[in-house]
Design a protein around this ligand. Structure first.
Ligand code: AMP
Length: 289
C-alpha cells in the first residue's frame, strides 16, 4: 500500500492527560477527527481513516477493546489484539495520533453511570447481546469527552450502532458531526470484520451466505415484492443448511428507528446476524422499493 501521507509522524498515546495536552493546542484552529475502533485494523477501518484524513486536520484513531460491550467473556478474551500491526497501518495512512488506553485507564473504577439507549438497544443485536449497546454508547461518549473531536467516523456495517450513536449525539446535543462510511467487502460480498480472521477455510466459504441473503431481500424489494414474510423466506433460502451455520436473525427494519416493518412502503434496511462455527457475523444492506 502506498503511503498516504509520509510527512505525518504517528504518535501512540496510552493515557488521557497527554492526549488532552496534545489536542488542546489544536482546538478552535484545526478540525479534529476521531475514528473509534477495537483494533485488528482491516480495509474497512482504513476507509474510515482515509475519509477522516481527507476531512480533518488532525486524525485520532482509538484502539480499545471495550470490556463493557462484550456480553460473553469468551468473545472478549479471543478478540484479536494486534496493536503493532495497527500502528503500521495508521502510519501508512497518515494518522496523527493512535490513542490506545488500557482498560484501567478507561475504567479506573467500575462506572456508576452509563448511557441508557432505550428501545434502540433492545432490538436486533441487542436482543441477543444484552447490555451490548449500553456498553457501546458509554465508551463512545467517554471517547468523545476525552478527544472532543469535531467529527467522528462510523461504519454503515454496524448500522444499529451507527443509529444509536447518531441518536445519542442529537439527544445529548453533542457538538460532533457523525460521519457514516459505506461497508467495505471482500470480492464475494463478505463484509470485512476483525472477527473474520477466526474463520476456518470452509467457514469462510459459508460466511458469504449472509450477504447473499441480504442481497436477495434487496432484489425481491427492487422487483416489487412488498410482503415481508415472502421476502424473508426468499432471503433465508440463501443460508446453507449445515451444522456449522446458524442464522440468528434476519429482519427488515425501518432505517431510522430500526423497528421491524409490517410491509414495504419505503426504503428499509435488511439486517442479519449469522453464526458460522463459533464466530458471529453481522451485516446489512439498504433496500429501496
Ligand atoms: P470495530 O473495530 O469492529 O469496532 O469497528 C470500528 C469501526 O469500523 C466501526 O464504526 C465499524 O462500523 C467500522 N467498520 C467495521 N467493519 C467495517 C467494514 N467492513 N466497512 C466499513 N466500516 C467498517
Amino acid at each position: 500500500v502506498a503511503r498516504f501521507n509520509p510527512t505525518v509522524t504517528t504518535e501512540k498515546i496510552e493515557h488521557i492527560s497527554p492526549l488532552r495536552e496534545r489536542l488542546d493546542s489544536l482546538r478552535g484552529k484545526s478540525v479534529i477527527g476521531l475514528v473509534p475502533t477495537m483494533g485488528a485494523l482491516h480495509a474497512g477501518h482504513v476507509k474510515l481513516i482515509d475519509t477522516a484524513r481527507q476531512e480533518c486536520d488532525c486524525v485520532v484513531v482509538s484502539v480499545f477493546v471495550n470490556p463493557l460491550q462484550f456480553d460473553r467473556q469468551e468473545d472478549l478474551s479471543r478478540y484479536p489484539r494486534t496493536l503493532e500491526a495497527d500502528m503500521t497501518i495508521c502510519r501508512d495512512r497518515g494518522v496523527d495520533v493512535v490513542f490506545a488506553p488500557a482498560a484501567a485507564e478507561m475504567y479506573p473504577t467500575p462506572p456508576a453511570c452509563s448511557v441508557d439507549v432505550g428501545r434502540l438497544g433492545d432490538q436486533l443485536c441487542g436482543k441477543y447481546r444484552p447490555g451490548h449497546f449500553r456498553g457501546v454508547a458509554t465508551v463512545v461518549l467517554k471517547l468523545f469527552q476525552i478527544v472532543q473531536p469535531n467529527r467522528a467516523y462510523f461504519g454503515e456495517k454496524d448500522a444499529q450502532q451507527l443509529t444509536i450513536v447518531k441518536r445519542m449525539g442529537s439527544d445529548f446535543n453533542l457538538p460532533i458531526s457523525i460521519v457514516e462510511v459505506a461497508t467495505v467487502r471482500e470480492a464475494d460480498g463478505l463484509a470485512l470484520s476483525s472477527r473474520n480472521r477466526h474463520l476456518s477455510g470452509p467457514e469462510r466459504q459459508s460466511a458469504a451466505a449472509l450477504y447473499r441473503a441480504l442481497r436477495e431481500a434487496q432484489r425481491q424489494i427492487a422487483n416489487g415484492e412488498r410482503d415481508v414474510s415472502t421476502i424473508i423466506t426468499a432471503a433465508m433460502a440463501e443460508i446453507p443448511r449445515t451444522d456449522t451455520v446458524r442464522l440468528e436473525y434476519l429482519e427488515l427494519v425501518d432505517p431510522g428507528e430500526m423497528e421491524p416493518v409490517p410491509s414495504i412502503r419505503g426504503p428499509v434496511r435488511a439486517v442479519g446476524a449469522l453464526w458460522v462455527g463459533a464466530t458471529r457475523l453481522i451485516d446489512n444492506v439498504l433496500c429501496a422499493p
